[in-house]
Each structure stands twice: as structure tokens, then as C-alpha cells.
Design a protein around this ligand. Structure first.
Ligand SMILES: [Zn+2]
Length: 342
């Protein structure tokens, strides 16, 4: 982008209360059939409008058409049995009833391409579209078929690659793979996590991103963070292989987190979406707080590669809080932009 410090969100934004239950990770829809399809499109219009009104430069669908960032994608795959559920510990933190891989996995049809086309015709701004990353998908599935995580990762990466290519053709500018699991299964990132991402972006004509965070602001995650001590150095172990990957942009959590910022040196050369908005608190950052975080990040990221962003998705937050946080992100980035142009 030509503009310095273009703002964006990680992906998900709160859903309107007429569409789905609010402040939940797996909210139930309030409508069904045709009415639900129409309501999802209306929510897309609203979420886009709210981003534009807050001055966000790179917009998204706010994941309004998905119940959950992982399961909505896996629901559309053959070989995944949603009737047969198993209890699995997600990210080694909380139990969830996850579907079972019962046979060879393949994509029946495009999952989000129609939604992306719909958003594309509503705006001229650059669009970022999120997809779950292979490792994070694997962490939300019970594998009764491949029984080997590296093999399954490559199968999923091929499927994601097909979807990503169709999204790029539909006019999406950045495809982002969400990999919070990279902060948990650290040793496997180099082994098969990054190779799977490279496979997922093979031949992609638009830019690509990977988002690695410490999770949504839900209790299981905030409790986990309390056990991590005063310095969170997870990124240190995975950044060297991410730096060598074919991914263009890295989206990271920094606001109110104990991640030492200097670790960003390890991905020098990549564009960085710097998390300057905390999604685990309803307190609204002041523009000056946002600017401070971004200013610090400037020591480790070249100005033309710094993209102000949120720490993670904002789906579980009240709508007015998310709106105010978007505005704070915009205003904070503007402070820094002014400083640099003076
Ligand atoms: Zn996240």
C-alpha cells in the first residue's frame, strides 16, 4: 500500500444481536434458511460500514457468515464427520467436542468465495480474508484416518491452496492464515507447520499473511497467559523458519502482552501487522497508547512494512467496544503518520 501504516483488524468482529448470540465463540444463529443468508449479507454490509467509518484501511468480512473461524471451514469438507464428535483438548487449554476425520478429506466446493465476491462489490478498499491455518485446523479435529499430523497438514494445505486461489480470483488482496496453534506446538512449526503454509500459498497471486497470537480474550486463554511468566518468548523459536517462509505478512500480538518486541528483529524484511489493540479487555486504548506501541515497534520494523492491527479477532466483544477500539487504532496510527511526515 502507498499509505504509511495502513490499519486493519485480525479478522472477526462482533455479530449483530439479530444475527446470532453475542459475545460467544460458537454462537447459535437466530435465523435459518433464506432469512439467514440474507441476514448474513446484511451483517457483512454493516461490519464493512463500521470499519470504513472508523477509518480502517484494509477491510474484512468480520467473519459475519461463519459460526467459528475453524469449524465453518471444516464443515464444508468431505471426510469430516460432524455427527461423530470426540472430546479434545484445544491448544492444550480447554476441552471441546470436535468432529472426526473419518476418511480422505477433500473440499466439496468453494467455502467463502461467494461471500468474498459479495464484499468485493461493496468496496474499493483492499480486502483481507482469513482462513484457518493447517496446524490450527488439526488442533480442532479428531483424526481417525491419517493418524499423522504432518501428512494431514499437507492434505489440508492443498485444500486451503485451492480455496485461497479462488478467493484471490474473486478480488481478495490479502489471504491470512490463522495459526494460534503455532504458539503451542512450537517444535512442530519448523517440522511441518511452515512447510504446510508454504504449500497453502503456492502459486497464489495475491499477498499472504499468517496470524499468530495468544488467543481470543476468553477465560481459558487469559488464565493460560497468567502462567506464562513475565516474558513470552514463543515467537523466538518459530520466527526463524517463518522468516524464511513464503508468507508476506506476519500478524502478531503486542498490546498489553509480555512478548519482548525485539524478537521482531528475527523476521526483519517481512511486513508485520503489529497488534496494538488488546482484545482481552473492554477498556478502550487511548490513541496515544496505540501510538506508543507502534512507535516502539518502529525500532524493529521498517516504517513501510508496519501495519497497525488488533491483537486477535474481536468476535467475543460487545459491538460498541469493538467499534471504539477500531477508532482508537485509526487515531493512534494517524498520530504516528503525522509524526513521520513532519
Ligand atoms: Zn488470534
Amino acid at each position: 500500500m502507498n499509505k504509511l501504516f495502513p490499519t486493519s483488524t485480525v479478522g472477526s468482529l462482533p455479530k449483530p444481536s439479530w444475527l446470532a448470540e453475542t459475545e460467544k465463540l460458537w454462537p447459535a444463529w437466530k435465523l435459518e434458511g433464506e432469512a439467514l443468508i440474507e441476514a448474513k449479507q446484511d451483517a457483512l454490509r454493516v461490519t464493512l460500514q463500521e470499519q470504513i467509518q472508523a477509518g480502517i484501511d484494509i477491510v474484512s468480512d468480520g467473519e459475519q457468515t461463519r459460526q467459528h473461524f475453524v469449524t465453518t471451514f471444516t464443515e464444508n469438507l468431505d471426510g469430516v464427520d460432524f455427527e461423530k464428535r470426540q472430546t479434545m483438548r484445544i491448544r492444550n487449554r480447554y476441552d471441546a467436542q470436535v468432529p472426526t476425520i473419518a476418511g480422505a478429506v477433500s473440499r466439496k466446493k468453494s467455502v467463502f468465495v461467494e461471500d468474498a465476491k459479495f464484499l468485493r462489490q461493496l468496496t474499493d478498499r483492499p480486502i483481507k480474508w482469513t482462513l484457518p491455518g493447517p496446524m490450527t485446523m488439526i488442533d480442532t479435529l479428531f483424526d481417525g484416518h491419517y493418524k499423522d499430523r504432518a501428512t494431514l497438514a499437507m492434505v489440508l494445505a492443498e485444500i486451503l491452496n485451492d480455496e485461497a486461489k479462488e478467493l484471490a480470483k474473486a478480488g481478495v488482496d490479502i489471504i491470512q492464515f490463522d495459526e494460534p496453534a503455532f504458539n503451542v506446538f512450537i517444535d512442530e512449526v519448523d517440522e511441518w507447520g511452515v512447510p504446510a503454509l508454504n504449500r497453502a500459498v503456492e502459486g497464489l497471486t495475491c499477498e499472504s499473511a499468517v496470524h499468530i497470537c495468544y488467543g481470543y480474550g476468553i477465560k481459558a486463554n487469559t488464565d493460560w497467559k497468567k502462567t506464562l511468566g513475565s516474558e513470552w518468548r514463543h515467537y523466538e523459536k518459530t520466527f526463524p523458519s517463518i522468516q524464511k517462509s513464503n508468507i508476506d505478512i506476519i500478524s502478531l500480538e503486542y498490546q498489553n502482552s509480555n512478548v519482548p518486541m525485539e524478537l521482531m528483529e528475527l523476521i526483519r524484511g517481512k511486513k508485520v501487522m503489529v497488534g496494538a489493540i488488546d482484545v482481552a479487555t473492554q477498556t478502550i486504548e487511548t490513541p496515544e497508547e496505540v501510538a506508543n506501541t507502534l512507535r516502539k515497534a518502529l525500532q524493529f520494523v521498517d516504517a513501510d512494512k508496519l501495519y497497525p492491527c488488533t491483537n486477535c479477532g474481536m468476535a467475543p466483544l460487545p459491538r460498541h467496544v469493538a467499534r471504539d477500539k477500531l477508532k482508537a487504532l485509526h487515531d493512534g496510527a494517524a498520530i504516528l503518520r503525522n509524526e513521520l511526515s513532519n
